[in-house]
Every structure is written in C-alpha cells, then in structure tokens.
Ligand binder design. Structure first.
Ligand SMILES: Cc1cc2nc3c(=O)[nH]c(=O)nc-3n(C[C@H](O)[C@H](O)[C@H](O)COP(=O)(O)OP(=O)(O)OC[C@H]3O[C@@H](n4cnc5c(N)ncnc54)[C@H](O)[C@@H]3O)c2cc1C
Length: 425
C-alpha cells in the first residue's frame, strides 16, 4: 500500500516536472524569437559552423527542434538534419493500422511543423541517408555530398529486417501506405495467423486482429515465460488475460525455427508444427549503429548499441564532439521508448547549446522509472496504461474510441493540422 502511494506521489512529481521543463523551454524559445524580432537575424552566411543530426525521428527531430529554436540569433552555428524518410513515421500506431483499414495515411506526418528554418539560415533539411562518417564529415548516399561537421548527433534509432508491422522500411509515404494496405489484406484473407514476439507490437497486433476477425485463428508465439516480460507482473498478467479473453492462442517459451517454403507450415523449437497462412514477425529490433563501426569500433557494445558517457557524448575520448541519443544509444534504459529518446534528445541539445556559447557539456542523462510508462492496447477498444518503478506498479484500464489511436495527437505535437498533407495532393 505504502509503495503504491509512493508511486502515485512520484507520478504527480513527474507530471509537474514535465510542465516545469516545458515552461522553461517555451520561455527560452520566446526570448530567442524576441531577440530576432528586435535585432534582426544575422546574415545566413555567417552561420558557417555545422551541427549535423543524422536521423530525424523522436530523438533527432527533437534535437533539431530545440536547437533551431534556442540557438542565439547571432550564433555562427546552423543545424543540418539528414533523414531519408519523406515523413515522420509514427511507429506507435503501425501494428493497429496494419489491421484496421482506412487510416494508413495517419502514420506518416509531414516534417516542418515544429522544426523551421527560423531565423533564416539556422536549418538545412536534407532528404538523404548518411552512408559514411569520418572524424570531420558525413557522406550522403544519394547525392554523394560530403558535409563537414563541428558537432555530430547520431539519432539513427533501431531497425528490423522484416519491416511491418514494427517498422515501415521504405522512405516514401505512398509506398509505406501501400505496404500497410497489403498487410491488412493478407490478414483479412488468412484463416490462421501466427504472430511471433510477445512484446508490445506482438500483443497489440494479435489482439487487434482477433478482435476485428473473431473467426480467425490467431496464435502468438513468444520465447519467454510471459508476454510483456520486460514489465511488471501486473502488466504481464493483464496482457495475457487480454489476449486469451479474445481467443488468441498464446504459446510461451517456444520459438519459430523454420518456415517450410510453399507448405504453409512453420516449425517451432519444441517440435510443434503449425499450419498457417501468414506469419507476422514482431521480434526485437536492432540498433542502427553501423555508421560508427569504422570510426570507433570500441564504441559499439555487444548488443550493437553505441556506448555513451552520461553527457551522451560517444564513449570515445577522441570524439568529444559526437553525441548519440534515442534507441541507438546504450543508456541502460530498461524499456527504451519515445519518451526516453526525447529526454535524451533534450540533454544532447542542452549540451550542444552550452558548447556553442563557450561552455562545457555538463548535462547528464539518468534513467528514470517514468521512462517505462506504457499504454498497451488489448483489442480495438480496450487499453491499459502501466506505471512501474521496479518495486510497485499501477495499472489504469482505459477505453479507446479512436481507431487511429494517438495519431491526431502526434500530428498536433509535430506542429501539423491532423491530417492535412499537401504531399498527398
Ligand atoms: C511498433 C512499435 C510501437 C511502439 N510504441 C511505442 C509507444 O506506444 N510509446 C513509446 O514511447 N514508444 C513506443 N515505441 C518505441 C519508439 O518508437 C522508439 O523508442 C522511438 O522510435 C525511438 O526513436 P529514435 O529517434 O531513437 O529512433 P527511430 O524512431 O528508430 O528513428 C531513427 C531515424 O533515423 C533515420 N536513420 C536511420 N539511419 C539513417 C542514416 N544512415 N542516415 C539518415 N537517417 C537515418 C531513420 O530513417 C529514422 O527516421 C514503439 C516502437 C515500435 C516499433
């Protein structure tokens, strides 16, 4: 009981702290805008020092947003954000929108709503992929351009080879929507679907598919002793109950070892064979750290993450000007997610702002219990929000009324009107 009360108090303190931090940032941004209005921006050519950000999802886009709005108007630095995707790809809703039809476009949010070239010359946005990093420059894949950097931020996140329903794996919105529609149709046409992986993506797509198509056989295979095994007992139990109450068959402590081509049969490690029409791979993702493997091999941890100092500088003293944040960084975050990625992005941005004004990187990232907060859907209308600090956990059941879940909220937070996109005209 005492532990639960302590967790409630922590929760209130956490929310108050977020409000305090956001207010602080808003004041700082307003001050920069005012100075630009009063004194006018410097000529763009005076910004001849480059802060290059590789990847503009939750982490990279946040670093770009904070830097472009907080760099002093007379700063010699400009931000160069490099991202291959035409749109911000909102990963949270991918499992849902691979099942229900008609909302695919909502997972792709136009860039430019909350990261502007303002004051003029502070931002260059490059649609390309970085293919190489040296100690002083990055090289782009499509254009071949070599861009020198003074400060580099690696925010390349994580990836999964099989793509949907966890990642889109194509850069263009139209192509991404097409892939999602294909998956919806495959699920619709299948009699038996096997979902591999009992983390959030696997649980969500399995419950959505079973809820929408109660007559199909949906089977979830997970290698651990419980679904949602990285979270507390309460969430594990609720997730299992949510799956089973809809009729999903859950197979634990087993794994897919072979797909027999052409036969529709899969083989599990236990020897069990399952006849199915579709396999959805929702197993773990891997960090996209390859860019640094030549420059600083020792910075790659056994898990493939980038080793970082508490300041989020690369843990290689030769490169104090290289930072990493988000899913790619080895921060020992128990459940890496968008919240921890954005908190890390704030630390990186603060440290860079400090350096660009002659200071030192003194802000440090620390894991917080609050990073593990998760909202899990258990079918089309049911959800549970889980807060846990390792000692105790709080579960809040919820009812979902929007098929596209938090898409509209994310569009607004990206500075866009839901769901207006000139790219699609
Ligand atoms: C299905 C699913 C559901 C999720 N649900 C939630 C949720 O409900 N709540 C939550 O908080 N978190 C959730 N997460 C986790 C969250 O999406 C990630 O933690 C978050 O996306 C990490 O952000 P990131 O910016 O570090 O990396 P990513 O989102 O992986 O983005 C990396 C970016 O870098 C770009 N990039 C990669 N390589 C290069 C290169 N060489 N050059 C240029 N750009 C490059 C990519 O195109 C991409 O845009 C979910 C994840 C998945 C997969």
């Amino acid at each position: 009981m005492l532990e639960k009360t302590a967790l409630y108090l922590k929760l209130v303190a956490y929310v108050l702290n977020i409000i305090y931090e956001e207010l602080g940032r808003a004041t700082r941004m307003a001050w920069v805008r005012r100075r630009v209005r009063w004194f006018g921006p410097p000529a763009p050519l005076s910004r001849d020092r480059n802060i290059v950000i590789v990847g503009a999802s939750f982490a990279g886009n946040r670093v770009a947003q904070l830097l472009t709005s907080c760099l002093p108007p007379n700063s010699p630095y400009k931000v160069i954000a490099i991202e291959p995707n035409t749109h911000f790809q909102f990963s949270w809703v991918l499992p849902r929108l691979c099942v229900v039809e008609g909302h695919e476009h909502k997972a792709f949010i136009p860039y430019g709503g909350n990261v502007h070239d303002q004051p003029a010359g502070v931002l260059r946005w490059v649609r390309d992929r970085v293919m190489g990093v040296t100690e002083s420059s990055v090289q782009l894949k499509e254009s071949g351009e070599i861009i020198p950097y003074d400060i580099l931020v690696i925010a390349t996140g994580s990836w999964v080879e099989t793509g949907l329903p966890s990642r889109v794996n194509v850069t263009d919105k139209r192509q991404g929507m097409e892939l999602m529609r294909n998956m919806q149709q495959k699920i619709k046409a299948a009699d038996t679907v096997v979902v591999v992986g009992g983390g959030a993506a696997g649980v969500e797509i399995a419950t959505d598919a079973q809820n929408l198509y109660p007559n199909k056989k949906i089977i979830l295979v997970h290698s651990r002793e419980a679904v949602m095994n990285r979270f507390g007992q309460g969430l594990r139990k609720t997730a299992l109950e949510g799956l089973q109450s809809l009729g999903v068959e859950v197979i634990l402590q087993d794994r897919l070892v072979q797909t027999v081509p052409g036969s529709g049969t899969i083989l599990l490690k236990s020897g069990r064979e399952i006849q199915c029409d579709l396999v959805l791979d929702c197993t773990s993702q891997r960090p996209s750290s390859a860019l640094i493997s030549q420059l600083s091999p020792a910075s790659i941890s056994p898990s493939g993450h980038l080793r970082v100092k508490p300041t989020l500088q690369l843990a290689d003293d030769r490169f104090p000007n290289i930072y990493a944040c988000g899913d790619v960084a080895d921060t020992k975050t128990p459940n890496p997610n968008a919240r921890s990625a954005m908190r890390q992005a704030s630390i990186v941005a603060e440290n860079i702002l400090s350096i660009t004004t002659g200071g030192k990187p003194r802000h440090k990232y620390e894991n917080s219990w609050s990073d593990g907060v998760i909202k899990l859907t258990l079918g089309l209308t049911r959800s549970v929000t889980h807060y846990g600090d390792g000692k105790s956990e709080l579960l809040f059941p919820g009812t979902e009324t929007d098929e596209a879940l938090m898409s509209a909220m994310c569009w607004s937070r990206m500075g866009q009107k839901p769901f207006e996109d000139p790219y699609m005209n």
